[in-house]
Design a protein around this ligand. Structure first.
Ligand SMILES: O=C(O)CCC(=O)C(=O)O
Ligand SMILES: [Fe+2]
Length: 254
């Protein structure tokens, strides 16, 4: 893995301290060395499973995103990457904390589909602490475009959005999304969106992680999961994980 760029949270948001973050990392962009044939086979399946066109675009998609949840269930090859020890170790080193795969299946991996002319995903912070964004396919003049990260605290950005204000383009930084590269981002503590593609598409694999030491630093409440998932799809894992977190908290706070 060859790091191309790395920025701390404080350097992006201007807040010198964020006690709710799991690490100092804002994002890192790097050349990955994930096997090309593995990514190709994931892409082929992702394209086969891609959502139908416009007529099927539901109005209740949370954040307006077209995506496939629990992607590693639909495309088992993704599990090879999710659980790869070398990958988790390299990402943990980048983050400065041990990262582990997210334990709720529906929220642990996604495939995002970005189409020309539509806002791919509204401003948001992620539920889980860390995501790795791996572009599998890009086309068009923007070569996949960029993730746009708001350069102040998420609370400040959200406050403006709640007042009906627009967040100006100049107040964002652009994190390029190119095939061959990937981005590790502490998206739970950065307000972000994605650049609208005028003439091309992007398909991105999203692998979701959290801090092994502080799994409770998590914005995925059960209610938030239910915006995307039926109760029966998340209930058992969510309850089991709450128990796990309580046991961990008890044992580490002694
Ligand atoms: O792919 C991107 O540019 C951003 C995706 C994102 O923010 C997400 O999936 O939560
Ligand atoms: Fe996100």
């Amino acid at each position: 893995m060859h790091v191309l760029e790395r920025r701390d949270l404080s350097n992006i948001t201007g807040s010198d301290h964020d006690s709710t973050a799991v690490s100092a990392l804002g994002y890192a962009r790097y050349q990955h060395n994930y096997p090309a044939d593995l990514l190709d086979s994931i892409l082929t399946e992702a394209q086969r499973l891609a959502e139908p066109e416009e007529e099927d675009r539901s109005t209740d998609r949370y954040l307006g995103l077209r995506h496939l949840r629990a992607a590693h269930q639909a495309i088992p090859a993704i599990q090879n990457l999710m659980h790869d020890k070398d990958r988790l170790q390299a990402l943990s080193e980048l983050a400065g904390v041990e990262l582990e795969p997210y334990p709720i299946t529906r929220a642990a991996s996604h495939i995002n589909y970005y189409k020309p002319g539509e806002v791919p995903i509204e401003h948001h912070t992620d539920g889980a602490a860390m995501v790795e964004l791996i572009p599998l396919y890009t086309s068009g003049s923007a070569q996949g475009g960029a993730t746009l990260v708001y350069q102040a605290s998420p609370e400040e950005g959200r406050h403006l959005l709640h007042q009906g204000r627009q967040l100006e383009a100049k107040d964002h930084l652009a994190v390029p999304q190119r095939t061959g590269h990937a981005v590790l981002m502490q998206g739970r503590r950065l307000l972000h969106t994605a650049q609208t593609l005028q003439d091309g598409e992007r398909i991105t694999l999203v692998l979701v992680m959290r801090s092994a030491a502080e799994p409770w630093k998590d914005g995925n409440s059960l209610a938030r999961l239910l915006l995307d998932d039926p109760l029966e799809a998340v209930h058992d894992e969510w309850l089991r994980d709450q128990q796990y977190q309580a046991d961990l908290f008890r044992s580490t706070s002694k």
